[in-house]
Design a protein around this ligand. Structure first.
Ligand SMILES: [Zn+2]
Length: 348
């Protein structure tokens, strides 16, 4: 059983519940390697206020917390609202029970072991809950977005890397260390490229924004992507997934094949996850959603050919409804969930 995250500085005041559900305003914070996004939203996920600040990760976690709390304070003052609780997503492993950072692969070492929930609570006086950012975005999509009313859902975010989360039987599945859903780091090619996690041939090494752009640059150099060359004015350093999609649509066959190959690898990874967990709703988020149907159609094809243990045609595949706001809105959903847990503990 996964222990509930601890509330910190829980006030003993009246809980705001309507028909047994939390009501009012909640704060969601999405910590990234370069920026921190914060929103204040109501219980339906309607955003009341939002802001973004740079992470400045080299200056350490304390200053980032202080500036984020100042941002929340400013948002509250400017919009004349206050919030009940904060949900925070971090790009790595967190200890939800102690409210500390365990490991953030893309941030400096001094962030490790930092008691980030306690720091937030001491500045704001609000209850704080932590979660990995991809799991938090999954919770956001499940609560407010494309996964709404879906009992078994896989969320996959594909950008610089691949993250994910699982909703099973109507609840976000945490697993040991809250690490369930790391679809980017299961092996697709045993002797494939070395991954940042230390393994080889992970899905993430084969499908990502940078991996796809590298293939596009290679095709340009070989003279196999004339439309792409026009779009980036001959500068391979400007190649992005979005421009590759444009080039494919304008007739670059090699670029279209490269996108399809990436999408098929992603489809294989998703088919594995679907077969193991029997989810019937797959939602794709992250930067590569700019590829649209160029990404989704091959994934659906692979699911039809590789998912054999239950009817693959029932599996829906679509793009995220919440987009870039999914992370911070997931924080709002997390804050609501913990606020509800707190209400239950106060009345028991
Ligand atoms: Zn890996």
């Amino acid at each position: 059983m996964v222990a509930m995250p601890q509330y910190i500085n829980v006030s003993s005041g009246r809980r705001h519940l309507v028909n047994g559900r939390p009501s009012g305003t909640f704060a969601g914070v999405d910590f990234g390697g370069t920026k921190i996004a914060a929103v204040l939203a109501d219980e339906r996920g309607s955003i009341l206020a939002e802001g973004v600040i740079p992470t400045q990760s080299n200056a350490g976690p304390s200053q980032a917390v202080r500036r984020t709390c100042k941002l929340l304070e400013d948002l509250c003052r400017d919009h004349s609202v206050d919030y009940h609780a904060i949900g925070i997503g971090l790009p790595g492993l967190v200890d939800r029970e102690t409210g500390t950072i365990v490991f953030l692969p893309n941030l400096p070492e001094d962030w490790r072991g930092f008691p980030i929930a306690r720091e937030f609570a001491s500045y704001t006086g609000k209850p704080v809950a932590l979660l990995n950012d991809a799991r938090m975005a999954t919770l956001g999509e499940f609560t407010f977005g494309s996964g709404h009313a879906s009992k078994n859902m896989l969320f996959v975010t594909v950008g610089t890397g691949i993250g994910g989360g699982l909703v099973l039987d109507g609840r976000l599945h945490y697993g040991a260390f809250g690490a369930a859903g790391e679809i980017g780091h299961h092996t697709i090619l045993p002797e494939g490229p070395l991954c940042t996690c230390g393994s080889r041939g992970c899905l993430e090494t084969l499908v990502s924004g940078p991996a796809l752009a590298a293939v596009g640059r290679g095709l340009m150099r070989e003279g196999l992507a004339p439309r792409l060359c026009e779009i980036v004015a001959g500068d391979p350093d400007k190649v992005t997934a979005s421009q590759m999609a444009q080039a494919a649509e304008r007739g670059d066959i090699a670029v279209a094949k490269a996108i399809r190959r990436s999408a098929e690898y992603l489809g294989i990874g998703i088919a594995n996850a679907v077969t193991i967990s029997a989810v019937d709703n797959v939602i794709i988020g992250g930067g590569l959603v700019v590829l649209g149907e160029l990404l989704l159609a091959p994934i659906r094809d692979v699911l039809r050919s590789r998912v054999r243990m239950f009817p693959a045609e029932v599996v829906r595949v679509s793009c995220s409804f919440l987009g870039a706001k999914g992370g911070a809105l997931g924080g709002v959903a997390l804050a609501m969930e913990e606020y509800m847990a707190s209400a239950c503990s106060l009345t028991s």
